[in-house]
Every structure is written in C-alpha cells, then in structure tokens.
Design a protein around this ligand. Structure first.
Ligand code: SF4
Ligand code: SF4
Length: 117
C-alpha cells in the first residue's frame, strides 16, 4: 500500500474521485468486509507520477484519517498477506511505487504528518 484509511473516516466521499488509480472504495465494497472505507494496496501508487502528495489525503477533511502504510513491494509482502486489514485481489500486482522520502518509522507508526508538505 502506501496509505490506509482509519476509523476516523466520516464517509464524506471527498477522496473517492481524486484517486488517479481508483484504489479507494467505500464500506459497501471493502473486500475485507469491515464497515470502513478501504484503499486497495495492490493498486495504490502513493500518487507517484500524478501528484506531489497523495491526492486522497489532500482532499480529506479529517485529521488522522488517511495515514502512511508500508510500501507495497516484495520486501513487505508479509505485511499485506494474511492480515485481516487487507484482502488482495487474485491478480494483484507484485509491487507499486512508493515515496522514498517517507521514513519507515512514519510508515510503521501510521503517521500522517509527513504527508502534509
Ligand atoms: S495515495 Fe493516491 S493512489 Fe493511493 S489511494 Fe490515495 S489518491 Fe489513490
Ligand atoms: S475523504 Fe477522508 S473522511 Fe472522506 S471518505 Fe475519504 S477517507 Fe473518509
């Protein structure tokens, strides 16, 4: 992944149309079955190549709602597989771009501050 939506989400839908990879779904389409909006890690690009920062976070009115997650790549596959927070599609890509400037400490902590310039 890249980014993750937390239970701070107020279901305002502001992020849905901003995602250049259509990776965000509402609670009805969350593949984990949880009653929360969801970012598909296997398609989220962290907006690399499309925006300077994640467009979802820029559109979100709620502090602490969209936070960093680990890079979606081979080195961190175990974070996403077999984890109830995620349900990868059967044809999931092997990796997605991530922002090297975001520290692993911020990613592991689910921090949001470093998203904001
Ligand atoms: S970081 Fe970008 S690609 Fe990822 S979910 Fe947010 S808007 Fe979509
Ligand atoms: S913009 Fe934020 S609060 Fe609104 S639906 Fe998206 S994640 Fe939830």
């Amino acid at each position: 992944m890249a980014v993750r939506i937390t239970d701070m989400c107020i279901s305002c839908d502001a992020c849905l149309d901003e995602c250049p990879t259509n990776s965000i779904v509402n609670d009805d389409d969350n593949p984990t079955g949880e009653d929360i909006y969801y970012v598909h890690p296997e398609t989220c690009s962290e907006c690399v190549g499309d925006h300077d920062t994640p467009a979802c976070q820029a559109a979100c009115p709620t502090d602490g709602c969209i936070v960093w997650d680990l890079p979606y790549d081979d080195d961190h596959r175990s974070h996403f597989e077999g984890n109830s927070l995620y349900k990868l599609s059967a044809d999931a890509a092997n990796s997605q771009p991530h922002r090297a400037e975001v520290s692993m400490e911020d990613r592991k902590a689910g921090n949001v501050e470093s998203i904001i310039e």
